[in-house]
Design a protein around this ligand. Structure first.
Ligand code: ATP
Length: 428
């Protein structure tokens, strides 16, 4: 049985769907074995209903006896009822129980989960699929959580094409709401020992600890990476008492939200990989955001790209772009602007500095007066044409990314990207 759960927490009241999964893994132990790690699936990061990272969870288990299935469902629903912040109007839990899937059902579930990561779905889309295949579910209030619950269950059923891991530690219930006590030095030490098998633990350039959240939720810290790295890192972190730890398999760090497309086909609320030529020089606007425009040379369509203030040092890369550079940008589109997550610099145009010409004697000529060209003081040679001297560009080809403190959970960090024909410049 695959159990999918989503939308149980609240921005003001706390809670966390991953915590429910962690408690359930323990409570369901007596009914059978896990088939795989519990799954934490990040869906379209642009959904306005999300509390934080638009995550949903799935638990895939082999139940010992068919007679116990109903009991398992009751345990799950009781836990969701108990822990969901139902008084928050934005909390609409969904729980899905998925049994064997036919290949037709699998294909439809696969496409549903892909759309949940890349597109915007309606509650009806989830309910139609649930009813069509007679899948057992329970939607609380308006049941919006069924979208995420079904998407996570669908990924568990089909297998995940690319994955990473996250170990999440949870606070003792009495500590929730008080400042988190995690030794920052031990976090930096864990990062030094395990990077690049772990990532996004700290943001070295911006002197920030990234793995410890803020807010009222029960998460103490989360370590992302490959399974071995994550386990090694956990051993080095000193903190307040931890109630429990869970290791999730996840689509974090995979770029599964990105759609390869062209500028003219973009729609708000989706995230894209777009190729274009820089057609307006980067400019810094109020608030420190850096904006430039790219154009598709084939269709002539244009779109603004933004490196927002929280992307910090990444803006320094963007400011060096020049009209004529060819790039590939990755990020979500909102209000006709790409919110940059990554950029690939494919071609750097040659920029020139205009200088007075050099005389045959080797000296640089002086201006001969307004609109009268140039003259060598010594030889009296003249010239009307200035020199165009190529400027050495300080940018390098390849991929650049926003720093860990500005990175989306689902975005693939460059440390995971194999070096192909273009170099990668991971930021940490
Ligand atoms: P947390 O990470 O703490 O679990 P969250 O950020 O995941 O919180 P939710 O509370 O789960 O946010 O709210 C997201 C809501 O959006 C859920 O109801 C989910 O079913 C729904 N949703 C997820 N993906 C999509 C999508 N692609 N289209 C429409 N709705 C979606």
């Amino acid at each position: 049985m695959i159990i999918g759960i989503d939308d149980t927490d609240s921005r003001s009241d706390g809670g966390c769907t991953t915590y429910i999964a962690a408690v359930l893994v323990e409570k369901l132990e007596k009914y059978g074995d896990l088939v795989d790690y519990p799954l934490l699936i990040r869906l379209n990061p642009n959904i306005r209903y999300k509390t934080r990272g638009n995550g949903a969870v799935a638990i895939n288990m082999e139940i010992d006896g068919a007679s116990e299935e109903d009991e398992v469902k009751e345990v799950v629903l009781d836990e969701v009822r108990l822990q969901s912040k139902l008084s928050d109007e934005n909390t609409n839990p969904g729980v899905v129980f998925l049994d064997d899937a036919t290949s037709d059902m699998r294909n439809n579930l696969k496409s549903f989960s892909r759309r949940a990561m890349q597109d915007i779905l309606r509650i009806k889309d989830a309910k139609d699929l649930l009813n069509r295949y007679n899948i057992d579910f329970c939607g609380f209030k308006n049941g919006r959580g069924l979208i995420g619950a079904l998407a996570a269950a669908a990924v568990a059923s089909n297998g995940i094409p690319d994955h990473t891991f996250e170990a999440i530690t949870y606070r003792m219930p009495v500590s929730i709401g008080t400042p988190r006590v995690v030794d920052a030095e031990s976090i930096r030490d864990a990062d030094m020992r395990t990077y690049p098998r772990t990532w996004d633990t700290v943001d070295i350039k911006n002197k920030a600890v990234v793995c410890v959240p803020r807010g009222r939720d029960p998460v103490l810290f989360g370590i992302r990476g490959e399974v071995g790295g994550v386990i090694d890192a956990l051993e080095h972190i000193r903190s307040e008492r931890v109630e429990r730890v869970i290791l999730f398999k996840t689509n974090q760090g995979t770029d599964m939200h990105l759609i390869r497309s062209t500028i003219d086909r973009t729609r708000g609320g989706r995230s894209y990989i777009l190729r274009g030529m820089v057609s307006s020089a980067p400019r810094t606007i109020h608030g420190g955001h850096v904006i430039f425009e790219i154009t598709d040379p084939q269709s002539g369509s244009r779109i603004d790209c933004a490196a927002f203030e929280p992307t910090k040092n990444f803006r320094g890369i963007i400011r060096q772009l020049a009209v004529g550079d060819r790039v590939v940008v990755c990020g979500s589109v909102d209000d006709g602007t790409v919110h940059l997550e990554k950029i690939k610099i494919e071609h750097l145009t040659t920029l020139y500095e205009i200088k007075n010409p050099v005389c045959a004697c080797g000296r640089r000529m002086k201006s001969a007066g307004s609109e009268q060209g140039y003259r060598c003081k010594r030889c009296k040679t003249t010239s009307l044409v200035p020199d165009r001297v190529p400027i050495k560009r300080s940018l390098e080809y390849g991929w650049y990314e926003v720093p860990p403190s500005a990175r989306r959970h689902i975005a693939k960090p460059l440390v995971r990207c194999a070096v192909g024909s273009y170099p990668v410049h991971p930021d940490r």
